[in-house]
Every structure is written in C-alpha cells, then in structure tokens.
Design a binder for this molecule. Structure first.
Ligand code: ADP
Length: 362
C-alpha cells in the first residue's frame, strides 16, 4: 500500500506534568510508545487522558517535562509542526464541502503540489471505503460514514502518529463494533503508531496492544490488557479492569510456604513465587476464580460457608454476592440453559484457591 507509513514513530513522554491554573492535572507521567503500536490511555472521566493526548498533539498549556516523537523533541513545537493527526470526538466536518474537499483540505493547507492531491485523496477514501460517496456532503452521510471521513482526513496527510479521542463514543453499539474493527484494520495496514483515549475498559481491552491506566493525573500501570487484568499493581487497577474481590490481611511464612492471613480470619495458602512477609497487604482474586456449590457439596480449595445475598443474571454467567461472616464475596458461575442456580437466602459453600490470589504491592 503506497500510503503505508514507513515513518511510524515512537512517542516518548518524560516526566510530564501539567497544570490548569493552579490545579495539577498530569503528575510526572513517564511512558514509551513503540513505533506501530496501538496504545490506549484508559481511566475514568477527569483522570487526565484527553489532556495527555492533547499534550502529545500540542494543544493546551505547555507542560513541564519532554515529549519526543521519533528522535524529535516536540515539547515546544506548535501542533502543525509535529506531524501528528488527531481525530476528535466531535469530528466536525465542513458541512458545505463535499467529502472529497473535506479530505483534500489538510493537503491544500500544507501546500501539497496540486497534481498530487487527487491521488492521495482517492487513496485515503479508498482505504476507508468511501470512494463512491466522495461527492456527497456530510449531511448526506450516516454517523459512521462521517466518522470515516474524519479518519480519511487525518490519515491523508500521512502523520507520524495518529491520535484519537473517544472517536467511537457518538456511535451506536453495533456501529461502534464495526468502526472499531475498521480502524484496527487500517491501523495495522498503515502500521501507524496510534494512541486512543478511551474510558471504557472493555473497548480498551478489545483494541489495544498496550494500555496506560490513569487516575487523577497519575500513571497507575502500563501493560498488555491481560497483564493488567491478571497482575494489577494496585486496588485502582484491580477494580478498574474488571470486577475484583479484595481482602485485607498479612502475608505470613511458615514451614509449608507462604499464606495470607486475612483480617476476617480466612487463611489462604499462597502458591508459587516468593511473597515478602509482614505488613498490611491486599489480596485480589476474581469472581470467576471462586467456585460455588450447594451446602454439603465439595468445592476445590479453601472451603468457606456462606449465604447468597444477591444474584445478578448476566447472560453468560450468574454473579452471586455471598455473605461470609461480615464479608461479601463475588462469585461468578457460568450459565447454561438448565444449569442449577442458587437463590437469595440459599446456603452455599465457596472454594478459594491460593494460586489464583494475587498479593498487591504495599
Ligand atoms: P479525561 O480525558 O480523563 O476525562 P481531562 O484530561 O479532560 O480528563 O481532564 C483532566 C482534568 O483537567 C479534569 O479535572 C478537568 O476538569 C481539567 N481540565 C480539563 N480541561 C481544562 C481546561 N481547559 N481548563 C481547566 N481545567 C481543565
């Protein structure tokens, strides 16, 4: 593909801090995004995702620290000299211009030789599947098609980095899935370094090579989706990337290995690697790692007796809240038609296995 970007660049963010007036919005963020990577800034609303993306693009207050695109320190360059392409959530197209003109606009602005423009516009429109509709105006297009025009308009200038701020949030669920796939295909085809801002963890998990989780302007963890889910470093990440059971307690080492002594009296033998003993720690385990059975039946692991306090049907699974003494454990049980289900008030046993428990860093 002629538009494939040989110029995929890394993005390095070094000790980046940024304030609006006196409010610190980003606090000492350090990140390295590899060339061609599909990277996501994930976090709740107000965590600083957009501000960080905009800082890469060159919008907003000048930060402290450094931003490098490829070898170039762009921290003090204006947006138009950074060679990045940004697709905004509100992808405002020019309403009075055709699709073709909308896409050509950025090239004209950059004084691209006029003989070259139609070829490049065609290639970009072809890539997003809109060549046939190139003479329409935005008002004659569906939301998804308009989104594609916005994308074509951005990639036509062959940016070194593609930045997308919640680009799918205005689309309905089905279209979102379709657009997501298309953006992904395009990103792979162009091998373009791409950064998304997303607040929905499921969407982030589906598309990202790696994710940076932000909370209150502080980078919490960077990793592949499965790493973040399986090995969260703190409570925030454990909760934000899925449902988690958390228990407070201490790690103790005995003759037969390490164990976690929870404040609620539950003692879990811990498997595998070394667990430094002492100090208050938090144990994390996922609802699907807890087995559930009727009272009197057997379950693997440490067996605890409890009572179903609440039940949610989620289609593929039933999620139970089981009261165990003072504590509530969330337990997921896969659902099939005809499979037994427990009711609120039922006495049950649950089984916890140490190898599925993760002890968080202090
Ligand atoms: P996110 O994208 O994660 O929702 P933002 O980066 O938009 O978060 O915002 C981070 C914080 O910065 C929020 O507290 C927000 O209120 C504040 N903020 C964003 N833009 C501005 C602005 N132009 N002026 C002042 N404060 C702002």
């Amino acid at each position: 593909m002629s538009m494939a970007s040989q110029n995929a660049a890394s993005v390095v963010i070094e000790q980046l801090s940024l304030a609006y007036d006196t409010t610190d919005v980003l606090k000492d963020v350090n990140l390295r995004i590899e060339p061609g990577e599909l990277f996501t800034f994930l976090g709740p609303s107000g965590s600083g995702k957009s501000t960080l993306l905009r800082a890469v693009a060159g919008f907003g207050p000048t930060p402290r620290g450094r931003i490098l695109i490829g070898e170039d320190d762009v921290t003090r360059l204006p947006p138009w000299r950074r060679n990045v392409g940004m697709v905004f959530q509100s992808y405002a197209l020019w309403p009075h211009m055709t699709v073709r003109r909308n896409v050509a606009f950025g090239l004209e602005e950059r004084r691209t030789p006029s003989a070259e423009i139609p070829k490049r516009v065609d290639a970009a429109l072809d890539m997003v599947g809109l060549l046939e509709l190139s003479e329409r105006r935005p008002s004659q297009l569906s939301g998804g098609q308009q989104q594609r025009v916005a994308l074509a308009r951005t990639i036509v200038v062959e940016p070194r980095v593609l930045l997308l701020d919640e680009p799918l949030s205005n689309l309905d669920a089905n279209l979102r899935v379709q657009m997501r796939r298309e953006i992904l295909d395009l990103q792979r085809e162009l091998a373009l370094t791409t950064i998304f801002v997303i607040h929905d963890q499921e969407e982030a998990n589906t598309i990202s090579d790696r994710i940076a989780v932000l909370d209150e302007g502080v980078l919490q963890q960077v990793g592949m989706p499965m790493e973040l889910y399986d090995e969260p470093v703190n409570r925030f990440v454990a909760h934000f990337l899925g449902t988690a059971n958390l228990m407070e307690g201490r790690v103790e080492t005995g003759d037969d290995g390490a164990r976690f002594a929870a404040a609620n009296g539950i003692v879990l033998p811990l498997a595998g690697e070394s667990h430094p003993a002492g100090g208050e720690r938090t144990a994390v385990f996922r609802p699907q790692d807890v087995a559930i059975a009727a009272s009197g039946e057997t379950v693997p692991g440490i067996v605890l007796t409890g009572r179903v306090q609440h039940r949610e049907f989620l289609g593929n699974l039933l999620r139970y809240s089981v009261a165990i003494g003072e504590d509530i454990l969330l337990v997921d049980d896969t659902h099939h038609p005809g499979r037994r289900a427990f009711a609120v008030g039922d006495e049950v046993v649950v089984g916890l296995r140490g190898e599925q428990v993760r002890i968080l860093e202090p």
